[in-house]
Design a protein around this ligand. Sequence first.
Ligand code: NZQ
Ligand code: ZN
Length: 379
Amino acid sequence: MLNFEYQNPVRIVFGKGTIAELDKLVPADVSVLMLYGGGSIKKNGVYNQVVTALGKRRVLEFSGIEPNPLYETCMKAVGMIKQEKIGFLLAVGGGSVLDATKFIAAAALFGGIDPWDILAKGAEVKAAVPLGAVLTLPATGSEMNINSVISRASSGEKLHFSSPCVYPQFSILDPETTFSLPERQTVNGIVDAYVHVFEQYMTYDMSSPLQDRQAEAIIRTLIEEGPKVIKNPMDYDARSNVMWAATNALNGLIGCGVPQDWATHMIGHELTAFYGIDHAQSLAVVLPRLLTHCKKEKQAKLLQYGQRIFGLKDADAAIKATEDFFNSLGMKTHLSDYKIDAVDAANKISSRLKARGTMLGEKAELSPDGVSQILLGCE
Ligand code: NZQ
Ligand code: ZN
C-alpha cells in the first residue's frame, strides 16, 4: 500500500544560456557568497557568466571546495558568512560544491554547540542560510534534493545529513556547462545516477508500477544517451538528457512510497573515506557483488529489470549486463583496479559498521559480516 508525502520546492531553470537568469533569481538586497571548487569554472567560462549575471550585487567568493568536500574547509566558509553578514549562498559546481554549500548553510545558523553533530549525531537542522545553485556536473541530484555528504579529514569519516531547510531555492542546469567535463567525471555522473535509481528500485515489489516504469525510463535513458556523451562531449541534446536523467534519479520522485536500499552507497562512502576513490567508482565496484549477494531477496525485481531493460530472462545475466554497461563506459569495477586490497577493505569497513551497530539494505538484514563477504568478492 502506498503511503507518502512528496513536496519538492526547487525551481529548476534548464537550458542553454540560463545562467543569465541569476539576475532574476538571486536577491539583490543582501550580500551574496559565491562558492566553488578548484577552478574548473574559471576555465570553462561559467565563472564569468555568473559574475556578469550577478551585476552590481555585493558578491564575495569562497573557492577551493574539494571533491568529497571536507568539514574543515566548510567551517572556514561558515566563519566568513558570520563575519561578512552574508544573506544568500550561490553554489557553482558539481555535487561536492552543492553539498558543501548545504552544510555551510545549515552550520552557519546551527543553534547547538558543534555543527559536526548535524552529521555525526543527526542533530536537527532548524534553519539554513538561503541558497541557490548553478550545476556543472550531472550526477548526484544534489541540485534538487535535501541531501549533503561531508567528509572529515581529522577522523577519516564520510557522513551525510538530510534536511528540507537546505533545498536550493533554485538550480540552474545549463547542459553547455558540462561540455568541459573530463571523461572520468562524465562517466562518474552516469554511473552515480544509475546507482541512485537502483537504490530506490532494486528492492522488492510494492505494487508500484508507475515508480518502476519511471525508474526504468531513467535507466534506459542513461544506457542510450550515456555512450553518446562519451563519444561526442559536445552533443548538446545527449548532455541535456543525461543531465535531466541524473536530476530525476535523486529528486525523490521515483522513491515515493517504495522501499529503498542504499547499502551500495553506505559501503561506497566507506571505501571513499578509507581509500579516497571517487564516489561513483566505489559504487561501480560494490553494486554488482551486492546484487549477487542479495540475489534471493531481490530476485523478482532483478528478473523484471533484466527483462525490461535488456530483454534477459536470468538474474545473473542482468547483473552481468549492468557491470558490462559500466565497463563499456570505461568504468573499472574491481578493487584491484584501484589498488585496494579487498581483505584490508573488508576488515576495516566491517569493523567500522560493527562499531556503529549498522545494518544495511531495504529490510536492514545486511550485516557487517555480509558487507565483509561482498567486499571480499569485489577483489
Ligand atoms: O573543483 P572543480 O575545479 O570545479 O572540478 C570538479 C571536480 O574536480 C570537476 N568539475 C565539475 N564540473 C566540471 C568539472 N570539470 C570540468 N568541467 C565541469 N563542468 O569535477 C570534479 C568532481 O566534482 P564533484 O563535485 O566532486 O563530483 P560529483 O558531482 O560527482 O559529486 C560527488 C560528491 O557528491 C556526493 C558524493 O559522496 C561526493 O562527495 N553525493 C551527494 C549526493 C547528494 N547530495 O544527494 C548523493 C550522492 O550519492 C553522493 O554521495
Ligand atoms: Zn551517489
